[in-house]
Every structure is written in C-alpha cells, then in structure tokens.
Design a protein. Structure first.
Length: 277
C-alpha cells in the first residue's frame, strides 16, 4: 500500500482483535488511523499506542455502529485529519457462544447480533462510500509501473464477513448476520463501484481474538492446553487457529493499490477450513 502521509483509514472495532491488528498494519505503512469502538478505555489506549509505535496521526472516536448519527459523526472526525477518507475496515462484530444451540439464542441476543453485524456494517459502509464518492480520485500506484495508466479510485472499503457467511456450522445468530454481511458487501460493490469506490469482503476462519476467547473460552485462548489440543483446530487443514495479524495482512491488501482490480470479491482466510475436508 502506498505510504502517502495524507491518507487516512477509519477502522471499526478498532480497540481489539482484527481491528486493532489492522490499525497497526496500516499505521506501519504511514497511514493515519481513526479507531472507532464502543470501549472508550481500550480505544484511547490503542490509539495512543499506535501513535507511539508508528508516529502517525491517530484518533479514537466512540461509536456505536448501530446508531446512524454516531457513524456519520465518527467519519466526520476522520475527515478532520486529512480532509478525506481513503480506507475503511469494518471489523466491529459480536458472536454468541460456540457451544450454544439455536434453542439457547434469545430474541434479544439475535436482534443485537444482527443490529451490530449487519445493520451496523451497512450503516458504516453506506456513509463511508457516500463520503468517498464525493472525493477526487487518487492515482493507483503499482510497481513495476503498468503499460497503460490505471484509472484512479476514490476510496477502498474492506468488510469482515466470516466463513460463517459461506456455510452454516452452527451459531444461529452469528451465521445469519454474516450471510447478510456478504449481501451488504456485494450490493455496496454494485452501488459504488461505478463511482470509483472499491468494496470487498474478508472471510476469516477461527481466529484467536477477544471475541473468540469470549465465545470458546480456553479452547480459543492462545497458549492453553485446550487450544493446542482443540478438536476445532483439528478440522482446520493447517491444524491451528489464526492470529489477528494474519487477517490484518489480508485486509491491508484488500484496501491497497495492490488489489486495484478486486471489487465485490470475498477472500477466505481460514487455514483451509472451509474448502478442505
């Protein structure tokens, strides 16, 4: 990704997990960062740490992605850094316990899951894309240089969709929300692609984030005996769960000029869980 100092990324769920790892990855390439999250304590600490490590402009904004005005205000804070919004990584999400059956999922939990994972994703994508299409296009940088000029783009969005948006292996609320997230991503690509705004989705598999630890307990916790011997890990071709940094690497690629002809696509990053049996 081009390390232009004037570029800025807006990351939801940025206080922890894949969002936090993505903040580090993009900041390491000289991109200014706006972290959006509901956890103000973790968010402020994360923003301070990113700024200290990488020397880029960094800001935390408290945002509930289910609230449209908060989403719009958060994007407005990003504009104060450079006057535009170049990249958006939508990583905010929740998940019920892996061990629960459908009978254990309450209406309240179901509604909350879809509100954050689907409605919240849609609100963020919508207002990010609406801002991006107002902006002047920025030229695409590739090495070696292409034989013919590549048209510039106005912005790039990457959504966390999950392999649970590709197959149903349980998780009644989460799976429904992620199938819908795939639809949000692809319809967004249809609406905003003609304006030079790229939108793609990442479908992570089992990744050891705070959300998975909360959902799986010790089996999802790095370094534990339960994680090392996890039956879930044994179903993954690489025989291990992933790390947030591995997902952040691919999110960074999806946002970057290196993926300039990828649009409306889904990338699966699951160690071979979905396609290899």
């Amino acid at each position: 990704m081009a390390a232009a100092a004037a570029r800025v990324a807006f990351i939801t769920g940025g206080a922890q997990g894949i969002g936090r790892a993505t903040a580090n990855k993009l900041a390491s390439r000289g991109i200014s960062i706006v972290l959006a999250d509901q956890n103000a304590e973790r968010g402020h600490a994360a923003a301070k740490d990113v700024a200290s490590q990488f020397g880029v402009k960094t800001k935390f904004v408290k945002v509930d992605v289910t609230q449209e005005q908060q989403v719009k205000d958060g994007i407005g804070e990003a504009l104060k850094l450079t006057g535009r919004l170049d990249y958006a990584a939508n990583c905010a999400g929740i998940c019920e316990s892996v061990w629960e059956g459908e009978e254990d999922v309450t209406v309240e939990l179901y509604d909350k899951t879809l509100a954050i994972n689907t409605k919240g994703l849609w609100l963020c994508q919508k207002h990010q894309a609406l801002q991006m299409r107002k902006q002047d296009p920025v030229s695409i940088s590739t090495t070696p240089a292409p034989r013919h000029a590549i048209p510039g783009q106005r912005g790039s969005i990457a959504n966390i969709c999950s392999i649970s948006g590709l197959h149903a292996a349980g998780l009644a609320a989460y799976t429904a929300s992620k199938y819908a997230a795939v639809g949000v991503t692809k319809t967004g690509a249809k609406f905003y692609g003609p304006d030079g705004v790229r939108i793609n989705g990442l479908c992570p598999g089992w990744t050891m984030t705070e959300m998975i630890i909360g959902s799986m307990g010790k089996e999802g916790t790095p370094g534990t005996k339960e994680n090392n011997e996890s039956p879930v890990a044994q179903k993954i071709s690489l025989r291990r769960m992933g790390q947030p940094e591995e997902q952040a690497n691919v999110l960074s690629f999806l946002l970057s000029d290196e993926s300039s002809y990828m649009h409306g696509a889904l990338l699966v990053t699951d160690g071979g869980f979905h396609d290899i049996r």
